[in-house]
Design a protein around this ligand. Structure first.
Ligand SMILES: O=C(CO)[C@@H](O)[C@H](O)[C@H](O)[C@H](O)COP(=O)(O)O
Length: 199
């Protein structure tokens, strides 16, 4: 089959189930994230390769903005600091590269999003364990379940495709939707906070 037809067929095949899973997950995550980030909390996010780019994309949308003007929100991608990444990998091994940053930056109640097509990257599984020890909530975006990352995290959005490229594309859709749901819930959070402070 032509690559265009094959790729779009794979994407199309995954969409109905993705819609069901995403609608059960992303509005809830967006609302919780708005409550946490809107009251001074922090999001950490990580992934390898293409998912590292998506982790940075998510952080950029939150620190900057998705569409409409709003306050900057605290989101840190654990992937772009080459000095930290090379030092931690060199001194502790690549499997520790995100776990150590989670221990450094994560505070109880924070959220860590881990993005993986296979759900099998050991450095992400270790980051999930470090987060749990630090009281940080863990959400995974993966490909098909079952997978070890999903088992290590509090909640998972498992994108239903056997093709890792399709999974990455659905992760990017999820990143944008998550930001849309954050933006939707944020005004209510900010109003409630201002009301409480005025009392
Ligand atoms: O972007 C791609 C493939 O589309 C690759 O760079 C891919 O992200 C890398 O092989 C990653 O190491 C895969 O890790 P993961 O998604 O299985 O956790």
């Amino acid at each position: 089959m032509d690559p265009l037809d094959a790729h779009l067929s794979g994407l199309q095949a995954a969409l109905p189930e993705f819609r069901t899973l995403a609608s059960a997950t992303l509005p809830r995550w967006g609302e919780r994230l708005a409550r946490h980030l809107g009251t001074g909390g922090r999001l950490l996010v990580a992934g390898n390769g293409g998912s590292a780019a998506e982790a940075q994309h998510l952080a950029a949308e939150l620190v900057g903005r998705l569409r409409d003007e709003r306050q900057p929100l605290s989101a840190i991608a654990l992937t772009p600091d080459s000095s930290a990444i090379t030092a931690i990998s060199n001194d502790y091994g690549y499997e520790e590269v995100f776990a150590r940053q989670v221990r450094a930056h994560g505070r109880p109640g924070d959220v860590l999003i881990l993005m993986s097509t296979s759900g099998r990257s050991p450095n992400l599984v270790k980051a999930a364990h470090a987060a749990r020890e630090a009281g940080v909530r863990t959400w995974a975006m993966t490909g098909q379940q079952p997978n070890p990352l999903s088992r290590a995290c509090d909640e998972t959005l498992a994108c239903p495709s056997p093709d890792s490229q399709v999974v990455q594309e659905l992760h990017l859709v999820s990143v944008h939707l998550l930001c849309e749901y954050v933006d939707l819930a944020l005004p209510t959070v900010v109003d409630a906070l201002e009301e409480a402070l005025a009392r």
